[in-house]
Every structure is written in structure tokens, then in C-alpha cells.
Design a protein around this ligand. Structure first.
Ligand code: FAQ
Length: 318
């Protein structure tokens, strides 16, 4: 006899409570599936759109070594996008459908990628702060309750750690260089600090999804907990670099055992996620163009697959 929805739901709840993984073959509540599709799709889109800010500097890298490193990093981001689209597909959506939603501006990607990259120091600062924030946010996702997402995150986090180190190494070289290079690093840090704090999402009181996502063990910590962890981790790194973080309220709080810090500009955050950040239009237009330019590749792959099927089945392809 087939199990009732109530029985299936009980098994789902027990699996979550026992900290085991939900797999694609398992029954899951529709809202759990929808939440995962939303989060994984946004994450995948972020990786793909996130290639653009740094990609801007590939042709202008200051040396062959820096160019090789940057090329490899941007290529890794494409790979992360692919693992994540593949994880989303296990939930019954199609990558082509998600891409259509992205370029029609119907699905989000991370706010951070709507800021411009104005100097080569931005490549280092993105590695240090943006990949640093990404790691802080994503290491707990390796323990996410949905198996395919958790497993994709393990590999992604290993690569993100390398990305963070390459950024820090570039900044170390620059702060040990000329005065002009040190100024570039400081200027870039001033621009990227607050947008990096916004990557963790709205404050807990304004985060509609956190409570349920924590109950389902998709998210393991709240947005504010992770933001605090990132600040605590980054301040000593800024001191080692000799860079000032642009927050007059930043100070160690002995009682809390954490750094106190100022409030990001949440109006700016809302504007950026609703489409009016400095580069939203440019990022989407570029992605749309790349998608259109790739149409012939998709068509050729489809024709080839049809030919192979026809050969196997003895039928002639139309
Ligand atoms: N940007 O209720 P919550 C990377 C949206 S790292 C845009 O708190 P949730 C690596 C949120 O989607 C960047 N939108 O939502 C890399 C929701 O909107 P919706 C990507 C944001 O999901 C480095 C609404 O606000 N990382 O790519 C943002 O519980 C360098 C309410 O928010 C991930 O995606 C934002 N910053 O928590 C690549 C990690 N924050 O859908 C290249 C996985 C919030 O209801 C170069 N995602 N929103 O319309 C997560 O951990 C979560 O989804 C959060 C948001 C924490 C981002």
C-alpha cells in the first residue's frame, strides 16, 4: 500500500531531525523544493554573473603570471555555476529554464556583482573580501540538508579558499610595493567593504526566509551571525595588510568577544537587489548577449545528439 502524505512528511521530518540528507528520490514538501530551487538558482546565477567584474581585467592583467591566475579563477567560477545548475536540476527544473529566468530579470543573483571593478586592486580585494564572505556563508552549506547541494558546496568551498588566498597574496604584493599601489588597495577596500557585508543578506529581523530555512537545515546560521563571523575574521587580516576598514564604529567589544561594527546602508542594498545598482543593467545585458551568441553551440549539440540517437535506433534524423 502506498504511503500517505502524512507518513511521507513524518519520514522527511525525521530525516531532517536526525541530521541526515534528503536525496532527489525522497519525498519532500513542495515549499522545501521551491526554497532550494530559489536559493540554488540564485547561487548559480551569482557564480556566472560573478565572472564579469573580474573578467573585466583579464586582458589588462599586469603580468603573465597574474593573467594565468585570474583566468583560472574566473574559469573556476563558471565551473561552480555548472555544479550548482546541476544540483538545481535534481529538483526537477531545467538549466535552460533557469537561465531564461535570469536574463528576463525574474531571478536574483548576489548584489555584490552589481558594483564596478575600477582598478587591478579590485581583483585582490574581491578575492580577499568577496570570496572571504562567500566562504563564511558557504562552509555551513556543506552541511545543508539537501544532499546534492551539500556535496556541490564541498568542492566549491575548497576552490573558494584558494580564490581567497590568491586575492590576499595579490594584496600583500601590492601593499609591499609603491605608495601608489598601497593607495589603490585602500581605495578598493573602501568601495568593497560595505557591499561585502551586504552579501549576507538583510538583517535577521527583515529576512523572510531565514526562520524556515534554518528549521529545514538548509541554512545553519542566520544572516547576522555569519556577517559577525566575517567581520571578526577579516579585521585581523586588514591589520596584517595595513589597510583601514572604512567603518568609524568598528571596535573590539571585550564583553561580547566580538567586533562591534556600523550598519550597512540597507536602502542601497534594496536598490541594488531591485535592479538599480551601478551595474545591474550592464551585467544582465552582457549575460543576455553571451546567451544569444551561444545559440549556435546549443543548436549544434542538439543536432549532434539527434544524429547519434538516429544512428543507434536506425531511424533517419529529421
Ligand atoms: N543579493 O530572506 P533572505 C559567489 C534576497 S558568492 C541579492 O535573507 P535567504 C562566489 C534573497 O534572495 C554569492 N539578493 O533570503 C563568487 C531574498 O529574495 P527572494 C552568492 C539577496 O535566501 C565570489 C530576499 O533578499 N552566494 O557567488 C541578497 O534566506 C567571487 C530576502 O533575503 C550565495 O548565493 C544578496 N546579497 O538568504 C563568485 C550563497 N541577500 O528570493 C564570483 C547561497 C538576500 O525571496 C566571484 N545563498 N537576498 O526574492 C544564501 O546563503 C542565501 O540565499 C542568502 C540570503 C544568505 C544570500
Amino acid at each position: 500500500m502506498a504511503a500517505t502524505e502524512q507518513e511521507l512528511s513524518a519520514v522527511f521530518e525525521q530525516t531532517i531531525a536526525a541530521d541526515q540528507r534528503i536525496e532527489p528520490r525522497d519525498w519532500m514538501p513542495e515549499a522545501y523544493r521551491r526554497t532550494l530551487i530559489r536559493q540554488i538558482a540564485q547561487h548559480a546565477h551569482s557564480e556566472i554573473i560573478g565572472m564579469q567584474p573580474e573578467g573585466n581585467w583579464i586582458l589588462r592583467a599586469p603580468s603573465l603570471r597574474r593573467k594565468a591566475i585570474l583566468l583560472a579563477k574566473v574559469q573556476d567560477e563558471a565551473g561552480h555555476g555548472m555544479y550548482l545548475y546541476a544540483a538545481a536540476e535534481t529538483l526537477g527544473v531545467d538549466r535552460a529554464e533557469l537561465t531564461e529566468k535570469l536574463i528576463a530579470n525574474k531571478q536574483k543573483y548576489s548584489s555584490i556583482f552589481n558594483y564596478p571593478t575600477l582598478s587591478y586592486a579590485d581583483v585582490g580585494v574581491i578575492g580577499w573580501l568577496v570570496d572571504g564572505a562567500a566562504i563564511c556563508n558557504q562552509v555551513p552549506l556543506c552541511r545543508c540538508s539537501y544532499g546534492p547541494y551539500a556535496r556541490a558546496m564541498i568542492r566549491i568551498c575548497k576552490e573558494e579558499s584558494f580564490h581567497q588566498r590568491q586575492g590576499y597574496e595579490l594584496l600583500l604584493a601590492m601593499v609591499n610595493g609603491t605608495e601608489a599601489q598601497r593607495e589603490m588597495v585602500q581605495e578598493s577596500t573602501n568601495r568593497f567593504w560595505w557591499p561585502s557585508l551586504m552579501m549576507f543578506g538583510p538583517p535577521d529581523g527583515d529576512s523572510p526566509n531565514t526562520r524556515q530555512s534554518m528549521a529545514w537545515r538548509i541554512k545553519r546560521h542566520t544572516n547576522d551571525e555569519l556577517r559577525q563571523r566575517f567581520v571578526d575574521m577579516t579585521v585581523p587580516q586588514s591589520e596584517a595588510l595595513g589597510v583601514t576598514l572604512p567603518d568609524p564604529d568598528l571596535r573590539w567589544n571585550e564583553e561580547r568577544g566580538h567586533y562591534d561594527f556600523g550598519e550597512p546602508d540597507w536602502d542601497e542594498f534594496k536598490a541594488v537587489i531591485s535592479g538599480s545598482g551601478p551595474c545591474n543593467a550592464q551585467r544582465l545585458a552582457h549575460r543576455r548577449r553571451a546567451h544569444e551568441n551561444g545559440a549556435w553551440v546549443r543548436e549544434a549539440a542538439r543536432a549532434y545528439a539527434e544524429k547519434q540517437t538516429a544512428k543507434r535506433t536506425g531511424r533517419v534524423a529529421a
